[in-house]
Design a protein around this ligand. Sequence first.
Ligand code: HEC
Length: 722
Amino acid sequence: MKQICALLIAILLAACARSQTGAGDDWTNPGGDQGKTHFSRLDDINSENVTRLGFAWELRLDTTRGMEATPVVIDGVMVTSGVAGRVYALNAATGEEHWRFEPEIDPRVHRGTCCDMVNRGVAVKDGRVFVGALDGVLYALDLRTGRVLWRVDTIVDRNRAYSITGAPEVAGDVVIIGNGGAEFDVRGYVTAYDVRTGRERWRFYTVPRDPAQGPQESPDLEAALETWDPESRWDIGGGGTAWDTIHYDPEFNAVYVGVGNGGPYHVARRSPSGGENLYLCSIVALDPRTGRVKWHYQETPGDSWDYTATQPMVLTRLDINGESTPVLLHAPKNGFLYVIDRRNGRVIAANALVYMNWASGVDLATGRPNLTPETSNYALRPQIVFPTAAGARNWHPMAFSPETGLLYASVLDMGNLLFMSPGAKPHRVRALNNDAAIVFAGDILDVLPSLPPPVRAAVEASPELARVRNRPASQELRAIDPLTGRTVWSVPRAAWQDRAGVLATAGDLVFQGDLMGRLNAYDARDGRRLHTIETGTSILAAPMTYRVDGVQYVAVMAGWGGGGWSYVPRQSAAYERGNQNRILAFRLDGGATPVPDPLPPLEPAPAPPPQLAGTTPARIERGRDLFFGNCGICHSNQARSLLPDLRRMQRPTHDLFQEIVREGLYEANGMPGWSDLLSREDVDAIHAFLIEEQRRTRARELDLQRRGQPLDPPRATITSSN
Ligand code: HEC
């Protein structure tokens, strides 16, 4: 009897603790609840009846350019963000639009953004909607009308490649926002503004400035300066942009900021004598009133691998040695899953989720990783480093269920070849910090013959080459025990790019979309697939759920985009059916989901005009360099990419080439003008290169057509080099 009583009390206590986590009818921020667990207590839709889940409504969005946000729903109103910081407010039960906000942005800003023009969500508080636009302007909008209440330019230096793609975070009476740009030439920071007026309260720089400029802005930065070479490349900024997670914790009155990678990538180029380079790749706990550091934990000291710590965090409590312990769960790019004590930043557990060769583990006494430079320092020789710069995990939100005690996350087990690139490419926009060339694992064998001989020799001698040959990459949805990192169940994915955000619910369900445009529901306990809805639109963003008038809905923003956006994966719905973005909502006993039509088959490239007068092989070569240095970040020249394939230009486009490229004729459609950076002759050189490409493409495709073979390449490879 005593035992039964104890058991009952335990169950009641557990139920009590449970009711405090997770979202209810409302989903109040992109993470769902205060802990951003991406977990819902709703269970009207559950493992018993999820097969009845069907289409409720859709909103077609005004773009083909990529969705990463998780919507917010409060009192039956859905608010969410799209490309460049557009905001949509709609009736969450019907999809009917209340209002739409489109920030006015100079398209030239997009010349300095690495990874598309996505936005990861809004913050909503006390009748105000906060959104960061791509150009770095933070807006406060009226929740009822969408009217601008205030706007503030958050960018400290407009000559550098700052942008915003992350969601703002409200902490008491301030709203906090960071920025992106560490691939280029920026010094990262976050700024707090008064929620009512937009007045600046404080700013926290994540890395020190050139000591020659005088004292640092705070004692926290004076301390950080000790971990940098005084001769560091201060001119490039140092990096450390907080481009995604900023997380307020009212329990400990702290704001946890995930800090990004260093710039330039390799520490030897950034801070020649080495050093940890605080606060790169760290979680920094700030006091929301002052912006001062309460504690910090550096996950990747002396980063050289683009191991950002910006990935989403989950705040919860775990039972550790019989004590309910307030923890922060974090699985950043570097491959570890950390359990961190929120009271003091102490690392409780750090387990590798994937194969890695930059570190052999974390010393829990000091919190420091055991670095393994012999297999990861690519300043010594080209190295195949695990995990990849694309991240064992990235921005795609994970979910934590207090019911199962499991973390659900997409995990990528893949490496990449890294080597010091011989010199800066003629990228004219910014000093793109392209000291490192990156080749993703699946592409290494393909590009091997074309690599510079010393790089090729190093790759062929690498003991990791066999691993790449056997299994270039594995992408999985995993259920993970947070304290041990153990995989409880997993579902393999078709392509490494097939990673997406996750939702877990008290209905014993885990939801995740995929690249092929399917929304899948799994049993949270064993990973069994219970239901699939074919939407025909690629899904990367996290699904979410809410209840209006007693009806539970599951919603997701659909559309391919983000890092690597300019190459559309061959297997994707975006490749097959185009990429009209949509917000999709589902309910029990809903209808059939409208699926976009397949794109028409590819036609051979049209005949190009004659080559420009006076063109020499040297001009074409220069045009190639200028193209990859300036245009390649957006134009992949892949037939099915989201932008026009410039090997398939029609005659009128050729005729207008100078006007389009230099004068910005299509600026309204997002094609920036280049007259400030490229001369007439530069643009002619690019044009000459493209005419040559079009001529070759047409010849190849006519030949394929004659032989009755498909024109599409068998697979879209994603090779990035920056
Ligand atoms: C920041 C992204 C971005 C960059 C960088 C960029 N473009 Fe574009 N470009 C676009 C977009 C978006 C469009 C589509 C505009 C539209 O739909 O009308 C476009 C369209 C074009 C077109 C018209 C093609 C057609 O068939 O209609 C040309 C030509 C072009 N770009 C050339 C260039 C060149 C040359 C460069 C490098 C100097 C460049 N672009 C760099 C985004 C970019």
